[in-house]
Design a protein around this ligand. Sequence first.
Ligand code: BEZ
Length: 219
Amino acid sequence: MPGLTLGDTIPNLEVETTHGRTKLHDYIGDRWTIIFSHPGDFTPVCTTELGKMAAYTEEFARREVKLLGLSCDDVQSHKEWIKDIEAYTPGSKVTYPIAADPKREIIKQLNMVDPDEKDSSGNNLPSRALHIVGPDKKIKLSFLYPASTGRNMDEVLRALESLQKAAKHKIATPANWKPGEPVLIPPSVSNEQAKRMFPQGFQTCGLPSKKEYLRFTQV
Ligand code: BEZ
């Protein structure tokens, strides 16, 4: 993803949303925030994605995470479309705001333009981009999917949990990690430091190299 990338501060853009106007920094406040774009309203994959996000709203709220959807359609279109999303996902309400971007300024600045997708007038459309923004308003993780591939919101939740745990405990999470499973001690932490940081102990994997870099602990 060229442009906005990991570690960058999210630009403080003014956005019009289904919940009114706001500036991104005001919306984020001091919370973890997920900003996710979709190519367009009233399209099939997007309807399933936003419905799934709505179904997971409680999960995100428990982790004190705010959500913000975004596409180029206007707010009135979003409000009409929400009725379809909720009908498709019974029992779920779209309680998170969806931002509008008819001028395509926000998707450019947030690095969410899909060069392969255009509307009937030849205007750019957003990719399925997703930024997880930390309470410091910096980008901690980005996904970039094409229009044809709906995102897995379980993976969004899993990645978020990894980020939050890493920020809190200075750990890292292994491939296919799931919440509750052992975590890894990063290479920047010496064994001496690890003993202080993780009084619960840690296990070092014996490896042919005899290097002690694969260390698991539980947090
Ligand atoms: C969809 O959401 O289904 C979609 C949107 C734009 C292009 C292709 C698929």
